[in-house]
Design a protein around this ligand. Sequence first.
Ligand code: UD1
Ligand code: F6R
Length: 699
Amino acid sequence: MCGIFGYCNYLVEKPREEIIDILTDGLQKLEYRGYDSAGLAISGDAPGSALIFRETGKVAALKQKIIAQDFDRKALFNSHVGIAHTRWATHGEPLEKNCHPQKSDPTAEFLVVHNGIITNYQDIKTLLQNKGFVFESDTDTECIAKLCKHIYDTNIKNNVDLDFQQLMKQVLLELEGSYGMLVKSSHFPNELIGTRKGSPLLIGVKSDQKLKVDFVDVEFPDVSEQQTLSPHFAATATTSNNLLAPLTAHDHLRQSQSRAFLSEDGVPKPVEFFFSSDPASVVQHTKKVLFLEDDDIAHIYDGELHIHRAKKEAGDLGIRNIQTLEMELAQIMKGPYKHFMAKEIFEQPESTFNTMRGRIDFVNHAVRLGGLKSWLSSIRRSKRIIMIACGTSYHSCIATRSIFEELTEIPVVVELASDFLDRKSPVFRDDVCVFVSQSGETADTILALQYCSDRGALTVGVVNSVGSSISRQTNCGVHINAGPEIGVASTKAYTSQYIALVMIALSLSDDRISKTQRRIEIIDGLKKIPQQIKEVLKLEDTVKDLCSSSLNDQKSLLLLGRGYQYASALEGALKIKEISYMHSEGVLAGELKHGVLALVDDQLPIIAFATRDSLFPKVMSAIAQVTARSGRPIVICNDENDIADAQKLLAILKVPTTVDCLQGLLNIIPLQLISYWLAVNRNINVDFPRNLAKSVTVE
Ligand code: UD1
Ligand code: F6R
């Protein structure tokens, strides 16, 4: 998920280093959204020049790069425009050349940071290449910067003097797709354009002076300018084009003043503007913000903010309000959700996608884990894989152990870190030890890691927090890229760990011909998972009803699963225990008759996982044992017609079907929702359940 941040100071003197800090801090506030590279542009020493810094990896890496460069950090700017970006690779790998800002030409007359996708960029690129432009990146964004220059040059050649927003109106006419973007230009020093279509962009305003009015008027082109707005060229791009038919000369005088920024005495006043794709990076500076609407073109110059549109539509009120954000940072980051846990549950279509992003080639059925590629042959040679973790992370190991063994044909043991240490379990040099941890800071897991490292085993991390102890101390590993998990109960980390572990198993087995079909089936299955999770999330209303009726006021809840679904039962029970404080137990369905059946009566709520896999008949027989004792279980299945005696059940929760080894990714979602709603109904502070901490850094 890309992020945009821009900063303009007007009559507010700032040294260059402070401007850089504001820009990089702004980017760091967007880090929680996930990204793979970052960059920024500020003004250079020579008039019209720019300093551009870009780096793959984290903002910290970009900062390091800036520190290493030689330039005048103390140079003072009374007025200045800086733009910055965090990028999630879409068009083009995460390489420095593909980072934003993208530039129009070697001297960077136009610089662009952009979120979204320009769908007709190939047409534009071809057209511009035919006109002599040389592209250096694989991005769609570069064509915007070059198009700005092309249109600017053509206008100049025709003696047409456009201002920045007029130029941008012509540029935007040629673009199809979605964007949130900022444009900085040496031709318009200390001016900035911010515009959006389908991708959010807001502007924070910071001024000691009270704004005259709390809105900004929208400005529309006059008749003569309207005539200069030529039609799209995309359709004709490959032939000759009618782009930039000669334009009418235009008066370059500013025709309006922004009422909000007028001072009593007409003397310009100091002001700062913060542009961002996310309020999280603006609130620390100012709570006065204006949200742009699609097709708005915000133009900053001379300390004023102007909003332009290419044409007036019916219903447009003609103003944009400057609102006061009452929310604190935490609230903003929660989005429309009441709790982080809810946000994180509903984020899973994106977080699971992000775990796979750039790593699975769904067309060629190939998996490439950058953090493991040079270690794969050593791992393949190991005699045993030991997965070590705690809590939910341990459950993700249980969930994937079987597919790991099936694909790699290496024996896999799954260990709870504390128990593994208590037993002083023997570890050898030809063991591979995999440490799974959301935080990367769990004390028991770190101690187990040190124990295994001391014994010469190869250590692999599967971690969410980049830069955490486990991520640093392991020989190699995979970041699950789920984005920060803030709710104490782990939800999106579980599904992402699960996928990361499956991807590791797929990587390890990509040299085995005998596994080809199975690997293809799993990779095809993974592709559909984010969309299928979206489907399962639609169960929320049904779950809510169950939680406020049959499951309300219960003391205990039993979860039954076997095979792949044993992990779902354990994880579901842990979720319910930790946030609703209701006793809950995950039971291997095959163990029911060995003792647990004694608990079953017409009172005890039971949830059984009966999705289609080879063990389905056995699960059905466990359900029959329950209903024969007047139990009325809730069944999670793929189709109600799969279930005999459905009338004896309390409820059926239907989830889409996927490959057996991935079904747990979908089956756990209703349980996450159940635990959440049980807790909300009990007025429990879901994000901070009693006695628990997000990161357990003590033994
Ligand atoms: C890395 C970059 C990612 C970039 C991509 C481009 C980081 C953190 N990741 O992702 O931003 O888009 O290259 O190709 O900079 N590691 C451990 N232990 C762990 C987890 C990871 O040692 O528990 C190591 C890996 O072996 C690797 C490095 O950390 O050397 C980064 O791992 P990961 O983020 O998974 O690698 P990529 O997906 O290649
Ligand atoms: C449960 C939960 C904990 C953690 C466990 C390990 O919802 O969050 O059980 O899974 O404390 O933490 P990490 O994964 O950070 O090592």
